[in-house]
Design a protein around this ligand. Structure first.
Ligand code: PLP
Length: 354
């Protein structure tokens, strides 16, 4: 089975396509075993997805050592975020979250009339847990805290012990949604997933995970949530019936059974990331060391204009973020794609654009 990386040009894309470095996808594409599973399952796609979904959920439960009753399927982790908010929201709840961070939860909260308090990242681009705690303390009603670990768009992990201490205070008045969309990329020693708190019995934490990133199934929409079984029941009540699709389920299960593809994806990501770090350092453009498949880096100037100029050069880079003026989030493609990007960036420097 061929991969996206081995197609026509040096960028891995056909000549008329832009290089997609804007949505944090895995450029290697589906694991060969996942592609085969899709083909094998296609003749059965006239059936409802129950069996394929059950098999996937059992495989996920085994892979992260939780009970199936502690898991919920989502049509992407975006749906899990929505179900978590619906299950956790009470009268007078507020949502507290870092800014910039992954913003979809803001739209969900606003549609539900839940006020959103955004807490600016600190001077080191770190999630400001102390300020977030203060916002919680200042509110008379319940708080739902959204945390993205590692954070998007910075790629930084949250401070582990401070995070653990706060998660241990979870209660009916203080619940947490921890978004771990990029957890498979994390290399830092000492990192512990918030899933560990759920295993210890915490009842007011939801962890959101996805198959859209390292597992390369963004187009098939498979995500899941981990929480206490009682909370999962409350979330399940918010799910639309048959929100799974059979093809996504078989692809996700086969992806879990493809550890070599995962290693290859990590290896490619690390190699490509190193190339970009090198070029950014050479050009004197600051960047944050990333625990993910994207890099937040300086572009010296208007972020929107930079994005438009890159698009004209055939490269789609990340959108501007609040408080990130003069910075851009770059998704990591294949090493060849990142070499192509590096050349474009050098050209931008020659033109005085970065
Ligand atoms: N959470 C984070 C932090 C993300 O960056 C994304 C997608 O970019 C998502 C969740 C949503 O992913 P999906 O709905 O495809 O699982």
């Amino acid at each position: 089975v061929s991969t996206a990386a081995s197609s026509t040009t040096a960028t891995g894309m056909s000549a008329d396509e832009a290089v997609p470095l804007n949505f944090n996808e895995n450029p290697l594409g589906l694991a060969p075993k996942a592609q085969q599973a899709v083909l094998d399952a296609l003749p059965n796609a006239w059936r409802y997805p129950d069996a394929a979904r059950s098999q996937l959920m059992a495989a996920i439960a085994e892979s992260i050592s939780v009970a199936e009753s502690q898991l919920i399927y989502g049509n992407g982790s975006s749906e899990v975020l929505k179900m978590a908010l619906d299950a956790l929201a009470q009268t007078n709840s507020q949502l507290v979250m870092p800014d910039p961070s992954y913003g979809v939860v803001i739209d969900y909260a606003m549609a539900r009339g839940i006020p959103v308090l955004k807490v600016k990242l600190d001077g080191q681009w770190q999630t400001d847990l102390a300020k977030m705690k203060a916002k919680v303390a200042a509110h008379s009603g319940p708080s739902i805290v959204y945390l993205c670990n590692p954070n998007n768009p910075t790629g930084l992990l949250l401070p582990q012990s401070e995070l653990n201490q706060w998660l241990d205070q979870a209660s009916s008045q203080l619940s947490f949604i921890v978004d771990e969309a990029y957890v498979e990329y994390v290399a830092q020693a000492g990192f512990a997933s918030a899933v560990e708190r759920i295993k210890q019995g915490q009842q007011h934490i939801v962890v959101c995970r996805t198959f859209s990133k390292i597992y390369a199934l963004a187009g098939l929409r498979v995500g899941y949530g981990v929480a206490h079984a009682d909370l999962i029941k409350q979330m399940q009540a918010q799910a639309s019936i048959d929100n799974a699709n059979l093809i996504g389920c078989v692809a996700a299960k086969a992806s879990l059974e493809s550890p070599q593809w995962l290693s290859l994806s990590l290896q490619s990501n690390n190699q490509a990331k190193a190339l970009v770090y090198q070029q950014l350092a050479k050009l004197g453009l600051d960047y944050l060391p990333s625990e993910t498949n994207f890099i937040f880096h300086k572009v010296n100037g208007d972020s929107e204009l930079y994005m438009q100029r890159m698009a004209k050069a055939g490269i789609l880079v990340g959108r501007p973020f609040n408080h990130g003026e003069g910075w851009n989030r770059l998704s990591i493609g294949t090493p060849a794609q990142m070499q192509y990007f590096s050349k474009a960036l050098a050209k931008f420097r020659e033109l005085g654009w970065v």
